[in-house]
Design a protein around this ligand. Sequence first.
Ligand code: BGC
Ligand code: NOJ
Length: 818
Amino acid sequence: MKYGYFDDANREYVITRPDTPLPWINYLGSENYFALISNTAGGYSFFKDARLRRISRYRYNNTPPDFGGRYLYLRDNEDGKYWSPSWQPTQTELQDYSCRHGMGYTVIGSTYNGIQAETRYFVPLGENLEVWQVTLTNQRLTSADLSLFSAIEFCLWDAADDSTNFQRNFSTGQVEVEDGVIYHKTEYRERRDHFAYFACSEKPSGFDTQREAFLGPYRSWDRPIALERGRSAGSIAFGWQPIGSHCIPLSLKPGEQKQVIFLLGYFENPRDQKFDPPDSQTINKRGVKPVIAKFLDKTNVDLAFDSLKSYWDRLLGVLQVHTPVEHIDRMVNVWNAYQCMVTFNMSRSASSYESGIGRGLGFRDSNQDLLGFVQMVPERARQRILDLAATQLPSGGAYHQYQPLTRRGNNDIGSNFNDDPHWLVLAVAAYLRETGDWGILDELVPYDNLSESSMPLYEHLQRSIQYALDRLGPHGLPLIGRADWNDCLNLNCFSEAPGESFQTTTNMDGNVAESVFIAGLFVLSTREMAQIAERYGKPGSEAHSSAFYSKLADDMTNTIYEHGWDGEWFLRAYDALGQKVGSSGCEEGKIYIEPQGFSVLAGVGLENGYAKKALDSVNKRLATKHGIEILQPAYSRYYLNLGEISSYPPGYKENASIFCHTNPWVMIAETKVGNADRALDYYLRINPSAREGLAELHRCEPYVYVQTIAGHDAPTHGEAKNSWLTGTAAWNYVTITQWILGIRPAWDGLQVAPVIPADWPDFTATREFRGVTYQITVKRTGPGNNINLIVDGKAVDGNTIPVPKDGRKTIVVEAILK
Ligand code: BGC
Ligand code: NOJ
């Protein structure tokens, strides 16, 4: 069954039936105000932090699965029938339903009984509000007497408290209504300086702000009493559940069209100007009123929408490609880049799988996400790097997570995920290659956010490496700590009590369990440090010279050859008892993907044939038609010495699913050994657009990557979960653009080194890089990957185009592949 199609020209995915296998969502907002919106207008909004400043309420894990949203109802006052133009919550059968998810906006439209309704939802740039721009058209031959009802349920700000602490929060809710604008001001009387508002461009005939008055007792959102009655109750919420609902009477002549604008917004007042008059308890609305007035005006709203479009044109314009494969073009040019920006904004906090009250920003995750968006928003990437580095500890280790609102590390999860510090090195290296901004290394950044401890960022990077050197195990491999990239390989945990956190429970001293994956990561990060030190190294710092880091990389490579090689593939780890993990000698979990992909992409095994062997083993033992599994054979029971990984039933998540984040490492590794066909084949197996035809099996959105696809041990092999917020986005973007298409920022220029199939005749690309536009044409004249570059008509040695020193702004590159 088809649920929609890609509209490539408009950069939209168009969903053509509302009952998608799962809610197919989109994100609104790009700076401080964010919203999730599903194809039936479900979802919620928040300011900066999904947990602490939740504006509207949403009920996760509900039935139907998507519950709570930006609901509109239309009522035909002639016969009293009402419906939801976005299908939910009334689920009335609609004609011409469509949902267009675009770049930072969503348009949902439908027709019912000759009344066409289309709503465009977006967050204007620079504003802390969302617009619902509703266009209604009467296609009947007679006049229509309608009422348009809006409905939003407010969250009492702290989303965790809101869904648990009822003894208090059933008594705290407060609102004000003035000139048809509904203000939600729970806790404004005390320590909050912010409130939410819900406004409408038409004069409402009535409103409701108490949920029960609007719905009626024992009713749900699909049949509110206010709709049945045809009028609002004018309720004012005291405690219980504050909502916002307007009732707008509309009479439309045959063929007539009308636009109604709703605004849902967030506003902060200076602490000493909260009330007006000052000695009252009434919100001071002097600041917010001009904002409301501005965006209730259609012209301003249209202009704001145009700016949003230009903003995305600019971001996506950084790299545009035209290749023989449409799934590559639409992912690279639109959706994969877009998803990378969403992971920048959300990290792992708010999606259909992340409740927004949990994880904050992950250190490891955010550093990897940066690899996928640094080229679009370099200044913001710079700030993100400095924020992340500030949560590093003096030891060089890092808080595993931090809350964006406070920028403080989360104490409940703490540190000791021993891979964490390396990702900072990779992120900074990517930033430097993209921007050439070496000055960032001199920025003074505190440890643990304590300003007196500030040190240049470069020193943070050095400590990242030192952290690993201080924690080497019996074989000279890095100790794993609580976990490495695989959060579920908990080798020091040994947990027997249900409910204990696998990530924070530690029953072993941690001095034995080692990670071959971190060893590969160490090789990569020390190689990057060698490059950085060569260009940045200060005289007199021989102890940390380029040669010092190169030697560390060489030594660790040898340690991997000696203690991390199993004969046909790389081992995964040694557990707390010194036993091998991911070895042919193991009963289950004989081979893991992570050390194969990552070691090879770090260059390990290229010189002695291990790389090719390891990749062949991956192909033979882990590759399925839906992607490459994380390990095999799946763990069929719980292993005390391995932890959470064996808590999942076979085929799911870290226990032998296709954990998509790791697949691109193998693809890059395949390009390193020159195997273009395999790299591209793997790429297409998990590419969401290429899986669009499998929608009923795949179930998740066909326009974004997922974290996990059920492996062949699972009864639902091929079924995807955890869409949107996953490192899969950044790594696939890096893989296809930098390693397969081969257009990659290098230290001193832009490199062009494609590893593409022999049957590709050519492709073209435009890349903005350090202020210059590169127009690249790659042409094949022979079957290999050897390259001749012609830059602005002149042949150039090697595969790197130096950044022009003569002020040229456009450079024409011809690359001949032989
Ligand atoms: C999941 C991991 C995730 C971790 C985060 C685990 O339950 O399986 O994928 O990284 O939780 O804490
Ligand atoms: C998801 C986490 O966000 C990420 O940090 C981790 O690497 C993977 N799961 C694998 O466990």
